[in-house]
Design a protein around this ligand. Structure first.
Ligand code: AMP
Ligand code: FE
Ligand code: FE
Ligand code: ZN
Length: 271
């Protein structure tokens, strides 16, 4: 089995990269992809450590893209080659958009009467400070009972504190991943909320999408079967994983059963 969707404490997970390697070895996985939100630093910390025998570690990333007003998550994998310097520079523009949003979000929350400092939330976020870190601070300071409550009251899209974040469009991200030599996969497509998912995914395939994440904890068996069929029809590869976030979400590493046969899609991806 393999797990191609995991987060470390470099984004919104709670486990250190080395702990993920250990958990992957204990789960008997053949391959583990680390796909932190908008950053490679978690993968890079893990890659510098001795890899448990029999485990293949894969560089990945999960990028938040805009599709009209909706946020779409795109996974990108770099199993055999490094992303280009241009791609890394482009990631910096995503980080700048995040920092700008975080500043405005702190100001907004302070206007709403919450006594929060940017340094406090950045201390939780380390390399990639996002709303999940804001949620932890809001809860720690007693302004909400748990993360869900923090999103409902302050951070979610229909909450009082919500501020927009600049971000790249889905088509821009597809083009950047392709140019950088990466392999793209549409994350948890069940969350898309589009009227006609067949047409939508076929359109993305034509725009350069390489795969879809058919296996994900949000997917029912029926969903997975439907995405496997769509992938076949659109000539797309298949990926899957547990979207592990440590104790931040109750999902075990390797808890979604993804056959190791899907690894060969990543490793034999055409030039
Ligand atoms: P950001 O990219 O910093 O805007 O944060 C987005 C992340 O916040 C998502 O990947 C989710 O993990 C989390 N998130 C967004 N909305 C909610 C919600 N309503 N409840 C809990 N977590 C959420
Ligand atoms: Fe996340
Ligand atoms: Fe996601
Ligand atoms: Zn994820």
């Amino acid at each position: 089995m393999i797990d191609l969707h995991t987060h470390t404490d470099h984004s919104d997970g709670t486990c250190r990269p080395g702990e993920l390697l250990q958990l992957a070895a204990e789960a008997g996985l053949d391959a583990l992809a680390i796909t932190d939100h908008d950053t490679f630093t978690g993968y890079e910390e893990a890659a510098a450590l001795p890899c448990p025998e029999g485990l293949r570690l894969i560089r990945g990333i999960e990028i938040t893209c805009k599709n009209h007003r909706e946020n779409v998550h795109l996974l990108a994998y770099f199993p055999l080659r490094e992303p280009t310097p241009r791609f890394r520079e482009w990631l910096q523009t995503i980080h700048a958009g995040r920092q700008d949003r975080n500043l405005r979000l702190i100001q907004r929350l302070r206007e709403l009467g919450l006594d929060l400092q940017l340094q406090e939330v950045e201390a939780l976020g380390r390399h990639m400070t996002g709303r999940p870190h804001f949620a932890r601070l809001v809860v720690a300071k007693g302004y909400a009972s748990d993360a869900e409550d923090a999103f409902r009251r302050y951070l979610g899209e229909s909450a009082a504190g919500f501020v927009e974040r600049r971000g790249p469009s889905l088509l821009e991200v597809l083009a950047m991943v392709r140019e950088a030599g990466g392999i793209s996969s549409l994350a948890h497509p069940v969350r898309l909320g589009v009227d006609d998912e067949d047409t939508f995914i076929a359109g993305l395939a034509a725009a350069g999408l390489n795969a879809i994440e058919a296996y994900h904890p949000d997917h029912s068996l029926k969903d997975t079967e439907r995405y496997l069929r769509i992938a076949e029809r659109c000539g797309l590869g298949v990926t899957g994983g547990s979207d592990f976030h440590g104790s931040a979400k109750r999902r075990g590493l390797g808890s979604v059963q993804v056959d190791s046969k899907y690894l060969s899609f990543l490793l034999n991806f055409p030039e």
